[in-house]
Ligand binder design. Structure first.
Ligand SMILES: Cc1cc2nc3c(=O)[nH]c(=O)nc-3n(C[C@H](O)[C@H](O)[C@H](O)COP(=O)(O)O)c2cc1C
Length: 161
């Protein structure tokens, strides 16, 4: 018989077979310091009006500050930004002080990302062990460069070949 642990592992492995891009959600925290967290739950929801969502783990140390924040930015990563993705996925290591970013109205913009989407909070929905954060898209930008996106698949960062 399958234990709960087996079921959770199986669920995580199966969800992980869906390949995603990787983004950094960035925001200004205490004392206007720039913070970021690696996420793959970005989803575009609506074009008219423009809405995007992501999900945050209720256990994240950033959860309380994020759900109380009005503005934040999705920064879509290229595959040469893997080190930043790894750093910002570490527990308790979310400062962006050494990252190359511009502080703009909606939050920190990572200079080398392949695109960014700045949002203001629209709605937060509790869903199991996560909160779904829906945001109104306020500003966007995308780069027309030749780099490939950073991809996450099967529990690992991957390169498009
Ligand atoms: C590729 C990848 C995607 C992730 N996506 C999410 C996500 O969508 N939501 C989330 O809450 N955490 C996500 N995480 C986990 C966070 O990046 C990070 O590990 C966690 O926030 C660390 O714990 P802390 O917030 O308590 O410091 C992801 C991690 C990786 C490596």
């Amino acid at each position: 018989m399958k234990t709960q642990i087996d079921k959770n592992l199986n669920l995580r492995n199966t969800f992980g077979k869906f390949a995603t891009g990787v983004s950094i959600v960035s925001f200004l925290g205490k004392g206007n310091q720039p913070f970021g967290v690696t996420v793959n739950s970005f989803t575009s929801v609506s074009l008219d009006p423009p809405i995007a969502l992501w999900c945050i783990d209720k256990k994240s140390e950033l959860c309380e500050s994020i759900i109380n924040k009005k503005n934040y930015v999705f920064n879509f990563l290229a595959d040469d930004q893997i080190n930043l993705a790894v750093k910002l996925a570490e527990k308790d290591n979310h400062n962006l002080i050494d990252a190359d970013c511009d502080i703009q109205e909606y939050g920190p913009i990572l200079k080398n990302s392949i695109g960014w989407v700045a949002c203001s909070k629209r709605e937060i929905i509790e869903a199991g062990d996560h909160f779904i954060i829906l945001g109104d898209v306020e500003e966007i930008s995308s780069l027309n460069d030749k780099r490939n996106p950073l991809v996450f698949w099967s529990g690992k960062f991957q390169n498009l070949k």
